[in-house]
Design a protein around this ligand. Structure first.
Ligand SMILES: NC(=O)c1ccc[n+]([C@@H]2O[C@H](COP(=O)([O-])OP(=O)(O)OC[C@H]3O[C@@H](n4cnc5c(N)ncnc54)[C@H](OP(=O)(O)O)[C@@H]3O)[C@@H](O)[C@H]2O)c1
Length: 368
């Protein structure tokens, strides 16, 4: 893993927009005791295909607290995956990204997003129109990219625009539609022409319908799987399980046709139900490299190419105003607000929202 404070030191510089890029930045680094702290570290030196982004807002994911729990003894790793910001350095061999453009993305493990600057391959970023707020866009990376992986990579449904008319009158189940991944999966499946069946707490049924779900059931009701089976007349064969824990993969399996079906899951799951195949995704597999976290994945150039295609697709849909963002919930304190955000996620206190922090608030809080 590359650690920002071990990369060669660089001096401060000014880019072609007269923006000063300092030699060091503030970042949240793991401290080797299951926690993390705000540190001053060197700004990452760019690899060949990377751009440098001045981070404006970051978003918190479950993977952040899981990383701390599973790598409690690792010291000096820069935390965080999701960010949005402005491009402040572009190498000559990265022609399709421009200085000053707004982008969002999913940082690679160890080259973390919880920092004032992040280095990332240019074509693995999502271009944003200037009208989009950084707080809204910060939560796109992990959730929207993993929704694409589930739908297009694992379930092979056509990407929006692949057909001029809706695909089939087929149904797809998006289990836990109010989750961050679920909100994007519903909208993307709808844009691909599918009838969307979803589940959520009853309080979120209208919200989930407002994203495009045709029918919504209660995820905590043990009868929901049977009701989904009947409402789809036993024809359901595709589902994304956006919770993937406890009983949810079993409930999804029970919703399927008697012949079975395919589930894309966000956590590893081995199906024991005859006819039901399960495939799990890892958002950071878009880097095309072997990973051991959040679980073991073998590097694949297909996943890398898919990652680039998904970033392009998400950029297009946002520019066309076809995707609604997961509502942002801003926690105060910039990088110093991340700890409260991670704890609230770990405790399951976050519903149908994405916790976001504004980087600029870090220095104000740090001085106070
Ligand atoms: N593999 C990957 O790359 C990847 C990527 C993203 C996420 N994940 C994993 O996927 C899971 C969800 O992540 P997320 O960020 O989308 O979550 P999230 O936004 O925090 O999801 C919160 C929602 O989950 C729903 N929920 C809570 N308990 C539930 C249950 N027992 N059954 C069904 N739904 C339940 C709630 O819906 P209601 O409010 O309607 O009750 C809540 O609004 C996490 O385990 C995360 O680590 C993995």
């Amino acid at each position: 893993m590359t650690v920002p404070n071990t990369v060669p030191h660089r001096t401060s510089m000014t880019n072609a927009h007269d923006e000063k890029i300092p030699a060091t930045m503030k970042a949240l680094l793991t401290t080797g005791d299951g926690r993390f702290a705000l540190k001053d570290v060197a700004i990452p030196i760019l690899k060949e295909d990377e751009i440098l982004v001045r981070v404006v807002a970051i978003a918190v994911n479950h993977v952040d607290w899981k990383y701390l729990a599973l790598h409690s003894r690792v010291k000096g790793t820069c935390m965080g995956w999701d960010f949005a910001g402005t491009i402040c350095q572009v190498p000559p061999n990265c022609p399709n990204r421009k200085l000053g453009e707004h982008v969002a993305g999913l940082a690679s493990t160890g080259r973390g997003a919880f920092a004032e600057y992040v280095a990332i391959p240019g074509d693995l970023t999502i271009q944003l129109p200037p009208t989009v707020s950084f707080e809204d866009a910060a939560g796109l990376g992990t959730a929207c990219i993993s929704a694409c992986q589930c739908l297009y990579q694992e379930l092979n449904i056509p990407m929006p625009g692949a057909y001029s008319t809706p695909h089939y009158a087929q149904s797809i189940l998006i289990w836990s539609g109010a989750s961050s991944v679920g909100q994007y999966a519903i909208q993307l499946a709808k844009l691909s022409g599918y009838k969307v069946i979803s589940t959520s707490a009853p309080a979120n049924h209208d919200f989930v319908k407002s994203l495009g779900a045709d029918v919504v059931f209660d995820h905590s009701d043990s009868q929901s799987a049977r009701q989904i089976f009947h409402s789809t007349e036993g024809t359901l064969v595709k589902a994304v399980d956006c919770w993937s824990q406890g009983m949810s993969p079993n409930q999804v399996s029970l919703s399927f046709s008697r012949q079975g079906g395919e589930i894309a899951t966000l956590l590893p799951y081995e199906s024991r139900t005859p006819g039901v195949k399960a495939y799990s995704v890892a958002a950071n597999s878009i880097y095309g490299k072997d990973t051991s976290f959040p679980f073991v994945t073998v590097g694949s150039t297909n996943h890398l190419q898919n990652g680039k295609a998904y970033c392009k697709l998400i950029s297009t849909l946002i520019t066309q105003n076809k995707l609604k963002f997961v509502p942002a919930k801003v926690y105060p304190g910039g990088l110093l607000g991340v700890a409260a955000g991670i704890e609230d996620m770990r405790l399951g206190k976050v519903h149908a929202q994405k916790i976001t922090c504004r980087i600029a608030e870090t220095s104000q809080s740090n001085r106070a």
